[in-house]
Write a protein that binds this ligand. Structure first.
Ligand SMILES: Cc1ncc(COP(=O)(O)O)c(C=O)c1O
Length: 400
């Protein structure tokens, strides 16, 4: 007989119950209703004009796939291809400053383990991608938020507040640019201010730029952090968004910064990557053929997100405001509650789902501090998007 009952590690969640929006979704579906889903973000399943299947599948038959050739930083030819991708974006990247991973989530975990001891803290520009908190928890790291606000018709990181948010145990600042879901983008001058602050507090900068190829205004490309050398900087990106191939499972970490920190960080990352060797040969050997069709992968997405944003921008109704993104696959709507009403973003979403069979996400999923924010995926097929939005506007008009 054991002396004490078995227990799982405390880093595991206390329960795995689904939230009330998912419960309601399951109920509405079980009643036989089809859903207008305005949260779809899987590019392989939202009716896009995808490249011909042969473009994706033929390169997987490369004879090189018959050989296993492990490389701890990731195959160098693949890193050269990624450097070439940056060159087309206007940046010079040294392939030796890249470490390959199987996903951006894995890249986050590796950089967290590199920079933080257990119970150290990371600071996350928020609202943001909820998985960052989960990944931090899985790596025994605590999180703090530093605010992104809607100010003067724009989403802006409140950089004046940044120094006050840094604690003695803060080890890294995480910025998602373009941000999911606000679509806010950090400028070169923002990076300069952030780097100065990171240097002053000896913390690293982690930039997730997975949506960088998707500016909503074609004349305003998204700046990358790969050329920022003022502080130790990790830039994360990958094929799940660059080529809209999440199933390919290939991402990367680019390291920049002062030489002595950069070379040590690369050695440590290589040491960690060597334990997993996670990138797979099939994807590595297909990379050059796939990158040759980058615009064929990206154009239908750019068209879709710009069409849907245009549709939103032409709508005007009291109590409904588009908080316009600069880039990325999402848009936020501000619903102003009736004075005195006890409406929350969650209650708006539940009502929309039950009465109109229309699914959008409540802002609290992403840690918005202002109430009444809803998050929509601009990747939604245009027909579904316009029907879902008109349902949303009708539900708002009835509540006013
Ligand atoms: C901002 C952001 N970063 C990272 C990821 C995950 O990327 P990957 O599929 O490469 O792990 C997502 C997924 O949607 C995301 O929205």
């Amino acid at each position: 007989m054991s002396l004490s009952p078995f227990r799982f590690a405390i880093r595991m969640p206390s329960d795995h119950r689904v939230n009330s929006l998912t419960q309601t979704l399951q109920k509405v579906r079980s009643e036989g209703h089809s859903i207008l889903d305005l949260t779809v973000s899987n590019p392989t399943r939202c009716g896009l004009d995808r490249p011909d299947p042969s473009i994706v599948l033929d390169p997987l038959c490369a004879p090189a796939n018959l050989t296993y050739a492990p490389a701890s930083r990731g195959d160098r030819r693949a890193r050269v291809e990624i450097a070439q991708y940056y060159y087309t974006r206007g940046y010079t990247v040294n392939p030796d400053d890249l470490i390959l991973t199987s996903s951006t989530s894995e890249a986050y975990s590796m950089v967290f383990r590199l920079t933080c001891d257990p119970y150290d803290r990371i600071l996350i520009a928020s609202p943001s991608y909820p998985l960052i908190h989960e990944l931090a928890a899985l790596n025994d790291i605590k999180t703090d938020a530093f605010p992104i606000h809607w100010m003067d018709d724009h989403w802006r990181s409140d950089l004046d507040k940044l120094p006050a948010c840094i604690r003695p145990t803060t080890r890294a600042l995480v910025c998602v640019s373009p941000n999911n879901p606000t679509g806010s983008v950090l400028s070169h001058s923002d990076y300069q201010r952030i780097s100065a602050c990171c240097n002053a507090h000896s913390i690293a900068l982690i930039v997730d730029e997975v949506f960088a190829d998707y500016p909503l205004d074609p004349s305003r490309p998204v700046p990358s952090s790969v050329d920022h050398a003022e502080c130790l900087t990790f830039t994360l990106n990958g094929l799940s968004k660059v080529l809209s191939l999440p199933q390919a499972k290939l991402s990367w970490i680019h390291v920049s910064g002062p030489d002595h920190l950069k070379s040590r960080a690369l050695e440590h990352l290589e040491h960690m990557a060597d334990h997993y060797l996670s990138p797979n040969a099939f994807t590595i050997n297909a990379l050059s053929a796939w990158f040759a069709h980058t615009s064929r992968f990206q154009q239908p997405i750019l068209q879709r997100i710009r069409n849907n944003l245009n549709h939103l921008s032409n709508l005007h109704q009291p109590g409904f405001r588009v908080l316009r993104p600069d880039a990325g696959w999402y848009a936020c709507i501000q619903v102003d509650p009736r004075p005195g009403a006890s409406q929350t973003d969650e209650s708006i979403c539940l009502n929309l789902l039950e009465r109109y069979h229309t699914l959008v996400h409540p802002g609290f999923f992403f840690d918005f501090d202002q109430p009444g924010v809803l998050v929509l995926s601009l990747l939604t097929p245009e027909n579904t998007f316009s029907k879902g939005i008109s349902n949303l506007m009708e539900s708002i008009a009835k509540a006013l």
